[in-house]
Design a protein around this ligand. Structure first.
Ligand SMILES: [Fe+2]
Ligand SMILES: [Fe+2]
Length: 242
């Protein structure tokens, strides 16, 4: 396996590794700033690949913040390897994530963020959004880089295979196809439709992101408000009450 690095927004780098065993990409995102930020670590087995890809942009030991949506191996499996490598790095996750998993799992205490809490990186600023069960898991949250309006989407807009770094025409159609195909696969029922789903998508759309940084598949630049609204509708249509 090897990783490719693509700048998808100003100082936002997509580090993409295709895993043939899974048939999907695992994408990490590096934000280069005074306090560098890594969105998801990837699995422990991918640590060296991600580290070497980060090294093409910044010195990996300078990493300051490591964020992720929810406690799963592709989100934070290599967290402890990163904490060991970067002495000033601190994990950021939801308050629930810290209490339920990360306080115990991580070799250093994480910073559990409250809903809507902001974190300055230097020129850019992150905003944490608690999004329970979107894309999945109680502890789920999403992170919005509000200076250049990049939403780190975690598993939202999942597309299998090896699509290009960016798809600026339509991300919703392939995501819809993937949700439908996933319903009959061994990993079905990954995304629940809950009493919070519609309100969460409405809130995400209101952020009006210019870039959607997607963990599995292409990222997107364009009308993020429309894309999030439409994905919310698709999820309601496929998974909501009938
Ligand atoms: Fe996930
Ligand atoms: Fe994922």
């Amino acid at each position: 396996m090897e990783s490719t690095v693509t700048e998808i927004a100003s100082d936002v780098y997509r580090i993409s590794t295709f895993a043939p065993d899974f048939g999907i990409q695992f994408n990490q995102f590096l934000v280069k700033d005074d306090e560098p930020f890594l969105m998801h670590t990837g699995m422990k087995g991918m640590f060296a690949l991600t580290r070497d890809a980060v090294a093409s942009v910044i010195e990996p030991a300078q990493m300051r913040w490591i964020g992720f949506s929810h406690f799963e191996s592709d989100e934070c499996g290599a967290l402890n390897e990163w904490l060991a490598l970067a002495p000033n790095a601190t994990a950021i996750c939801s308050f629930v994530g810290a209490m339920v998993s990360v306080n115990d799992f991580a070799i250093r205490p994480p910073r559990g963020l409250a809903d809507d809490e902001t974190l300055p990186l230097g020129r850019k600023r992150l905003r944490f959004l608690a999004t329970p069960h979107v894309p999945h898991c109680w502890d789920a949250g999403l992170i919005f880089e509000e200076t250049h309006r990049t939403l780190f989407c975690s598993d939202l807009f999942f597309q299998p295979g090896q699509p290009p770094p960016s798809n600026n025409s339509d991300l919703v159609a392939p995501a819809r196809e993937a949700i439908i195909a996933g319903q009959s696969g061994p990993l079905a029922k990954d995304m629940p439709y809950t009493p919070y789903t519609d309100a969460t998508f409405a809130r995400l759309a209101k952020l009006e992101p210019q870039t959607l940084a997607v963990m599995h598949g292409s990222s997107f630049s364009g009308n993020g408000k429309r894309a999030l609204h439409d994905l919310g509708q698709v999820i309601r249509e496929i998974l909501g009450p009938h």
